[in-house]
Design a protein around this ligand. Sequence first.
Ligand SMILES: Nc1ncnc2c1ncn2[C@@H]1O[C@H](COP(=O)(O)OP(=O)(O)OP(=O)(O)O)[C@@H](O)[C@H]1O
Length: 296
Amino acid sequence: MSEPALELKDVRKVYRTATEEIEVLRGINLTVPEGELAVIMGPSGSGKSTLLSIAGGLDKPTAGRVVVGGVDITDMGEEELTKIRARKIGFVFQSFNLIRNYTALENVMLPLLFTGIFDVKEAREIAGKMLEIVGLKGHENKFPSQLSGGQQQRVAIARALAPSPDVVLMDEPTGSLDVDTAAKVLSLVRWLNQALGQTIIIVTHNPEIAELATRTFYIRAGMIYEEPPKKMLIDTIRELKAAGSLEDIRKTQISMLRLKAEALERALRGGKVDPSILEAEVKSLERRIERLEAYA
Ligand SMILES: Nc1ncnc2c1ncn2[C@@H]1O[C@H](COP(=O)(O)OP(=O)(O)OP(=O)(O)O)[C@@H](O)[C@H]1O
């Protein structure tokens, strides 16, 4: 049984300026089960970025609850939230947001170190594997300025996925890329969702991105609506089954998930993690491992 990777319960957001109040979100109920690739569309100014910031714990709702991987993050303080975000939520932005004077490998290592559960050696190992998975083997020591736009976005995707978060949130991930590069990045995103079982939520204007979705939502006038499911991604799944390296990548992902579970248990023994939160985290990791083993 899939559990929700993300739940928004009656989320409201009101922005107050000196002269007016804008109610951008008017009671959003959204459940994205584990393993889905959900796309949220909507016109400019409809509140897509606001929704994503709230889902990712970067901003607080005016009312309502936000639950990520079984953990309610709504009222968490900034210190706890920073670590929870690093372990449970990955972000990919339109403008890549890589650190200029860090190499590709160091950029991917950074969120792993922020989790507070991995040491430098483990972070380096996982970061190297993730860069390989996104097709950037051999580029580990390059700085962002030495990489193309598409390569930089792949580093950002590796960075978001490296801690095996419950959910990866992407805000217009191809908005800065030309058409061909965008298509390549999108097929990588779809492939990562299918191969790794990674839950991904994308907000976008671009109707082409909705073609990738296992679920499509529209946001309009502060409310969210789900579109009926489109065709299954049968061709992609066939394609993926035919790919020789898929098995190896799933094994790599399983080993990364196990490493994270071990690191969490170590952190618990060291008193670094709240035990009530840890239980939900370890369970969600176990479910992902089971799902990946079942694919094989
Ligand atoms: N910090 C803020 N203070 C006041 N109003 C804000 C703030 N952030 C966003 N808004 C307003 O909230 C509304 C929703 O903005 P948001 O960026 O979430 O929309 P969006 O759907 O992501 O738009 P786009 O597709 O153009 O990026 C807009 O009217 C915007 O002006």
